[in-house]
Design a protein around this ligand. Structure first.
Ligand SMILES: Nc1ncnc2c1ncn2[C@@H]1O[C@H](COP(=O)(O)OP(=O)(O)O)[C@@H](O)[C@H]1O
Ligand SMILES: [Mg+2]
Length: 256
């Protein structure tokens, strides 16, 4: 199943930047595409930068939820904006405030049901779930994703809440579905090796701590532009994709 949910825990901000960086670096060369879905009920981290000039009036998840007729994968795609000019990396913008997220509980269930259709279209779906255990958490996206990735920081608080978060995800998802962690900035102060050991995970992809690139991503800058494209953050995201994607697409067993 090609649904990947990226989430965070209290004390570990960074999930939106991580989702966008990973989504941007998701390979599309084999004719596949990726849709990044902003499902964070607390309000979009994408909106301020990505609305600027690019958002069609019909766009975003609220318009999608309010739209008439049957919700299909094609209709979801019509409500996305393109990242970087091509149609192979799309972004479905989310809500601006938690108040709006109340209207969305049903749409996440529907989205999960559409994953086989996205698969047929050659599209992987990568979701920014936001911080888990939010009162409006879209739990179905955590439960049903082929892979759930918990982004955490290398602070003591990040590791402690990360441990509890992984535990909850594993209980929610069972032993078969892939549940993993990703580190946002190592050595701040703990090393990736220390965090990996404390979290008890076999591997721990690391996104480089790169405030300049993170700020540019947040501002909605063109990800193809030289300095950003070559940034340590996006280079580390490419490596993280290689760690996350096989489990998400069930490639490990020699599938697709
Ligand atoms: N890898 C990173 N390097 C440096 N700063 C980062 C990185 N990831 C996120 N940040 C910064 O941390 C802050 C919170 O990031 P964001 O992705 O919006 O977190 P969340 O979605 O969890 O609230 C932002 O200012 C962002 O620029
Ligand atoms: Mg966010």
């Amino acid at each position: 199943m090609s649904l990947v949910s990226v989430c965070s825990v209290a004390a570990s901000p960074g999930v939106t930047t991580t989702a966008l960086a990973i989504g941007w670096c998701w390979p599309t060369v084999t004719g596949r595409g990726v849709v990044i879905v902003d499902a964070d009920p607390s309000g979009s981290g994408f909106l301020p930068g990505y609305l600027r000039g690019a958002n069609p009036p019909s766009g975003g998840v609220l318009r999608l939820a309010a739209g008439p007729g049957e919700l299909t994968a094609e209709v979801v795609l019509e409500h996305c904006i393109a990242l970087g000019g091509e149609q192979d990396r799309l972004l479905l913008l989310g809500v601006t405030a938690a108040l709006e997220a109340r209207a969305l509980s049903r749409i996440w269930q529907t989205l999960v049901g559409l994953i086989p259709d996205f698969d047929t279209l050659g599209i992987d779906v990568l979701v920014d779930v936001g911080r888990i255990e939010h009162v409006l958490e879209p739990t179905v996206l955590l439960e049903q994703a082929g892979a759930a990735v918990l982004a955490t920081r290398s602070t003591l608080a990040g590791v402690m809440t990360g441990l509890a978060g992984l535990d909850r995800l594993r209980r929610l998802r069972g032993p078969v579905r892939s549940t993993s962690a990703l580190l946002v900035g190592e050595g701040r102060p703990y090393s990736a090796a220390d965090v990996r050991r404390e979290l008890g995970v076999p591997t721990l992809p690391v996104l480089t701590w790169d405030p300049r690139a993170a700020a540019r991503i947040e501002a909605g800058e063109d990800l193809r532009r030289g300095a950003l494209a070559r940034s340590a953050l996006l280079r580390s995201a490419t490596a993280a994709v290689d760690a996350v994607r096989p489990a998400a697409l069930d490639l490990a067993g020699g599938g697709r």
